[in-house]
Write a protein that binds this ligand. Structure first.
Ligand code: ATP
Ligand code: MG
Length: 496
């Protein structure tokens, strides 16, 4: 019976696959909506600049890289984000796998990183826990996230987050909040956009502060004419996600006029926030207090912040490639999430909360505003093309075994010399492109242009037999013949 069922399933699958083959026989499969290839040299360069800078900043603060799976048990996000949240309710990619387990593509990184930290602590059996005298887990990650949103500039269905999480140890101290914010600020400064980003900061206080505040906010909302409230905010009221209403991109009137949490803060929450602001003043990091800024998930407490891109008129044309729409202006967002651990079922000594604070930045939004000047400064080393001069009977390098070997030996020798020299000197490096189709000069020049090469290393059978090669500077059109052994030295001097 089972076997029969399995057979029917396989047949159905085969039928589906052949129908698909017929359907797409004349077309190539398309990229999925809201997802992107990063294939152009410019896109790859922008992403590598941002990633390197992020990595440098995080490592500079002694954070360590962590990798967690892209696919997680759906319950991880149900527990942490809540099934009434937009992310879980509308945006998550959830599916049953072959063993009928409900899995989801991660919509964000924090829940997975916290799960991994708790798992590791349980498994290590060290029993040291996350107490204030223990070393904290200072982790950073980079990776794809998935949300089924309406695609637009700066908002995609697969996007990349760069994030840091400071978990456990003395992470409950405002110094930890100040540290992760300083890290964010250094990162944005390094990629040349800190001056155009405003740090907006707020406190959500303790659970008690929020409870009192939400109660008052709900009363205030209920007194409004329902016609003035957007459908999505009405839904949030019905679901009890009252704070999330302040995150609305449609209800300006509410965001501007609703009561603010400031009036409901307990003295210790207020003090904590003031300490953090003093630390930011101390580090010279400018900020704007924004009482309407919320992170709507229940596990957030105290600090919430965002770096929002607000270009100054004078710098937009030169400074940024394309600007972001108002709804996509937040390039980096974070906050404190002490209760996340208890949402994940952590049972600690005395408290189930593991203090934690962190942030995540959207790589694609940063890419859109990365200044051209930064891209120019950090462009990769120039390309040197090795080309072979065509002779009778030798149209590509491999037409003749001897020529092929000579060409290969020349390229390997240049590559090796370059590696050895890089290890001992700061002279500029280059990337080597091996052009296999032997050609006449105009063809070789076109090939150089195609790969953006400024120098051509010109090999000919007779010259190579004497251990010589010609170096042609395509910028000045000057050409010199040097020995193969001196080629790299010469190239480096040329490119200085
Ligand atoms: P938004 O208000 O823009 O929807 P969010 O509050 O949903 O953002 P977070 O969950 O805080 O975003 O994610 C942190 C950062 O990740 C955002 O500030 C943004 O830069 C980036 N981000 C979030 N969603 C997307 C997306 N769909 N496409 C591209 N980047 C995104
Ligand atoms: Mg969103």
């Amino acid at each position: 019976m089972r076997k029969g069922l399995r057979k029917t399933g396989v047949l159905r699958l085969q039928h589906w696959a052949s129908a698909q083959r017929a359907r797409f026989a004349s077309s190539t499969p398309r990229r999925v909506r809201g997802m992107h290839d990063n294939i152009t040299p410019q896109a790859v360069l922008r992403r590598s600049i941002i990633e390197k800078s992020f990595r440098n900043a995080a490592e500079g603060y002694a954070f360590q890289e962590v990798e967690t799976p892209i696919v997680e048990d759906t319950s991880l996000f149900l527990r942490t984000l809540g099934d009434a949240s937009d992310v879980v309710g509308k945006e998550m990619y959830t599916f049953l796998d072959r063993s009928k387990a409900s899995l989801s593509l991660r919509p964000e990184g924090t829940a997975g990183v916290m799960r991994a930290a708790l798992d590791e602590e349980k498994q290590s059996g060290s029993g040291s826990g996350f107490g204030p005298q223990q070393p904290p887990r200072k982790l950073f990650y980079k990776g794809p996230m998935f949300r089924h949103e309406r695609p637009q500039k700066g908002r995609y269905r697969q996007f990349t987050q760069l994030g840091v999480e400071y978990i456990g140890g003395a992470a409950d101290h405002p110094l930890a909040d100040a540290e992760v914010i300083a890290l964010a600020n250094d990162f944005l400064e390094d990629i040349g956009i800190a001056d155009e980003c405003t740090l907006r900061i707020n406190t959500l206080g303790t659970a008690q502060c929020r409870e009192r505040y939400q109660h008052e906010l709900l009363k205030w909302l209920q007194a409004l004419d329902p016609d003035t409230i957007s459908e999505s905010s009405k839904q949030k009221m019905a679901d009890g996600r009252i704070l999330r209403i302040l995150d609305s991109k449609e209800d300006d009137f509410i965001v501007q006029n609703a009561p603010v949490i400031e009036d409901y803060l307990q003295p210790e929450a207020r003090e904590r926030h003031d300490s953090l602001l003093q630390l930011l003043d101390e580090s010279g990091i400018p900020y704007q207090q924004d009482w309407t800024l919320v992170r709507g998930l229940d596990y957030y407490c105290h600090t919430a912040f965002e770096f929002v891109y607000e270009p100054r008129e004078a710098t937009t044309s030169e400074g940024s490639t394309q600007s972001l729409g108002a709804a996509q202006g937040t390039v980096l967002a974070g906050g404190r999430y002490d209760s996340l651990s208890s949402f994940l079922g952590w049972r600690g000594r005395g408290t189930n909360d593991v203090p934690a604070v962190g942030w995540a930045a959207g790589m694609e939004r940063l890419e859109l505003i990365l200044p051209q000047s930064v891209q120019d400064q950090r462009s990769p080393p120039p390309v040197v093309t090795v080309g072979f001069i065509r002779t009778a009977g030798c149209a590509t390098v491999h037409d003749d075994t001897e020529t092929m070997k000579m060409f290969h030996t020349l390229c390997s020798s240049v590559q090796k010399q370059q590696q050895e020299m890089s290890a001992v000197s700061d002279a500029p490096q280059f990337r080597l492109h091996r052009h296999y189709a032997a050609g006449k000069m105009p063809q070789l020049l076109r090939a150089c242009e195609g790969v953006g090469s400024q120098v051509l290393l010109l090999a000919g059978v007779d010259e190579l037999a004497q251990g010589l090669v010609s170096v042609r500077d395509l910028r000045t059109r000057e050409q010199t013949t040097v020995s193969v052994a001196d080629a790299v030295d010469h190239l480096r001097r040329l490119l200085t």
